[in-house]
Design a protein around this ligand. Structure first.
Ligand code: AIR
Length: 186
């Protein structure tokens, strides 16, 4: 039991550790892999993990770079489906090939999040992620944190079709969001 807990904690460690490690996912079977090209992407990609946690979706969070760690990338993606991963969320900045190469390595759905870490404010990553050649699809979201948040919500919605618990959590999320919008701006 203690060993399992420790393994769960290890799985959530990114580099030397994010500012706030995801809490709920370690106990849950990971259904979504959240990949990011660098530890420096964590402040944006945390938005996806926060949403998945709120929806009760277990996730496996990794730093994997299509350019800097290609062997880690292919090993992880090729083993993922057998481990129970059902879809990928991939966030990267600059010439962002993480989502596209992930999609090349697996038929599982890949959601791409372009990140605004370069001098081009994410326009480079957006084009690199969205402009996939026909045959290898990547569902591409908006640039940065809001794109990561929406990718987390979209992933949850994909899983909700066959999981009533996630569907209820999504309904509650929408209700709460609607109730939080004031009628007037003053
Ligand atoms: N990156 C890392 N390997 C491939 C890519 N595209 C991206 C990361 C990050 C940016 O390069 O996703 O957004 C800068 O990374 P770093 O580590 O230099 O801060």
């Amino acid at each position: 039991m203690a060993a399992r807990k420790a393994a769960g904690r290890r799985k959530q460690t990114i580099g030397k550790g994010p500012k706030r490690a995801p809490k709920k996912s370690p106990g849950k079977k990971a259904r979504v892999a959240v990949l990011m090209g660098s530890k420096s992407d964590w402040p944006s990609m945390q938005a996806a993990v926060d949403v998945l946690e709120e929806m009760g979706v277990g996730c496996d969070v990794r730093v994997i770079s299509a350019h800097r760690t290609p062997a880690r990338h292919s090993a992880f993606v090729e083993a993922a489906e057998a481990r129970g991963i059902e879809l990928f969320i991939c966030g990267a900045g600059f010439a962002a090939h993480l989502a596209g190469v992930t999609a090349a390595l697996t038929p599982l759905p890949v959601l791409g999040v372009p990140l605004d870490s370069s001098a081009l404010d994410g326009l480079d990553a957006l084009l690199a992620t969205v402009q996939m050649p026909g045959g290898i699809p990547v569902a591409t979201f908006g640039i940065g944190k809001s794109g990561a948040k929406n990718a987390g919500l979209f992933a949850s919605a994909m899983l909700a079709g066959s999981d009533a618990k996630i569907r209820r959590a999504l309904d509650a999320y929408r209700k709460k969001q609607t109730a939080a919008v004031p009628e007037r701006p003053f």
